[in-house]
Design a protein around this ligand. Structure first.
Ligand SMILES: Cc1cc2nc3c(=O)[nH]c(=O)nc-3n(C[C@H](O)[C@H](O)[C@H](O)COP(=O)(O)OP(=O)(O)OC[C@H]3O[C@@H](n4cnc5c(N)ncnc54)[C@H](O)[C@@H]3O)c2cc1C
Length: 344
């Protein structure tokens, strides 16, 4: 079988990786001159589920996506800068306290995978002072989305500088739209409620204050332990913008968010570089994954929002299983929640 994949970001590259494992021949078509040139181009990203208060279908999806991804990351390790350093989700206000207490209770993860910790324990784990309780997920951490794309697509046929406008020119047994907001350019997907959200991450040089940080911190932003002397500090969230030009002020916004929760970090920082991109999300902020109606051989994987590092991989498995008619990896309820036709 030959399957066409439109888009060479995390969604498309993870599909190529999983399909190849299933004995299918994937071919990636990417509009720009390299893989990971869109939202997936960051050097460091945080992988962690989206923690909701209840264990509903979306939470079931994020939970499975997390553990499925861990298995794959373990196999790729250093070539994708995998650092399972753990994440402390800081309970910085009453709303987050309530939500994360409910998460810890309803998600039913083992103590080894998730637990609430006191400020004292959080500080010990972090290697720096943390004046908040936190939800600790020791197996979460950082990875390079950009390197992941390249590893996933290793040995796969890729056509760069190839923007696909017309699906009928493609030969093959199936086609998958994995091109973020670009999906809207296709007649078959033009009515989907996709929205773009610009974001910018700042890579800041390690300082005396930050060098002891051992885990990633998640609050209204996120801050990662230094990799090769540079921390990843993320990210702005701008639904009103859809360009990926750099904005100087965004680096200050990222720093301010950090100083607001951990004022003792306040000081002089030098931004090594920054990177902006456009996330694709949907009306209900949940990925859109599955078969497009009336087209037996057309699938879609998009709207991975801010959690694409883990959601793209499980989505790839779901689509691959449908193409090769293998047993399902998620429940019917999860498939329903991801279904492209769920919107009224
Ligand atoms: C600033 C920022 C920080 C983020 N941080 C994190 C994080 O810490 N953790 C996390 O999990 N997620 C994070 N995300 C989200 C994550 O990066 C995305 O969910 C993920 O990259 C989406 O992958 P994608 O393949 O769907 O989209 P993209 O990476 O945008 O890929 C789509 C590709 O399709 C190509 N394309 C479009 N139209 C066509 C066409 N017609 N023909 C051929 N090719 C086409 C584009 O050129 C592009 O390369 C972040 C995103 C941003 C912007």
């Amino acid at each position: 079988m030959r399957v066409n994949i439109i888009g060479g970001g995390l969604a498309g590259c993870s599909l190529s990786y999983i399909l190849k494992k299933e004995g299918v021949e994937p071919v990636i078509y990417e509009a720009s001159s390299e893989l990971a040139s869109g939202a997936s181009g960051n050097d460091i990203g945080l992988y962690n589920p989206r923690f909701a208060a209840q264990m509903d279908s979306p939470s079931e999806f994020y939970s499975s996506a997390f553990f499925e991804s861990l298995e794959v990351f373990k196999g790729l390790k250093d070539c994708v800068d995998w650092n399972p350093c753990g994440v402390l989700s800081l309970l910085t206000d009453e709303r987050r306290v309530k939500r994360f207490y409910k998460t810890a209770k309803s998600w039913d993860w083992s103590e080894d995978d998730m637990r609430l910790v006191s400020p004292e324990e959080a500080s010990k784990i972090a290697g720096v002072e943390i004046p908040y309780k936190a939800l600790y997920t020791p197996k979460s951490g950082n990875i390079s989305p950009k390197k992941l794309c390249h590893e996933y697509a290793r040995g796969i046929k890729v056509h760069l500088n190839t923007k696909i406008d017309d699906l009928t020119v493609l030969e093959g047994d199936a086609t998958i739209l994995a091109c973020g907001m670009g999906c809207l350019n296709f007649e078959e997907a033009k009515n989907l409620p996709l929205k773009s959200v610009r974001g910018q991450v700042s890579y800041i040089k390690q300082t005396e204050q930050t060098k002891n940080l051992k885990v990633a911190l998640s609050y209204s932003g996120h801050f990662s332990p230094a990799l090769r002397g540079v921390h990843c500090l993320g990210s702005t969230f701008q639904p009103w913008l859809d360009h990926s030009d750099l904005i100087e002020e965004d680096n200050l916004t990222n720093l301010e968010k950090l100083f607001e929760v951990l004022p003792y970090f306040r000081g002089d920082y030098s931004v090594a570089y920054s990177k902006a991109g456009v996330r694709t999300t949907s009306k209900d902020h949940f990925p859109i994954v599955g078969k497009l109606k009336a087209y037996d051989d057309l699938y879609i994987s998009t709207a991975h929002g801010s959690y694409g590092i883990i959601t793209t991989l499980l989505s790839a498995k779901i689509i691959a299983n449908s193409i090769v008619e293998s047993h399902g990896v998620v429940s019917q309820q999860v498939l329903k929640a991801l279904n492209p036709y769920r919107f009224k």
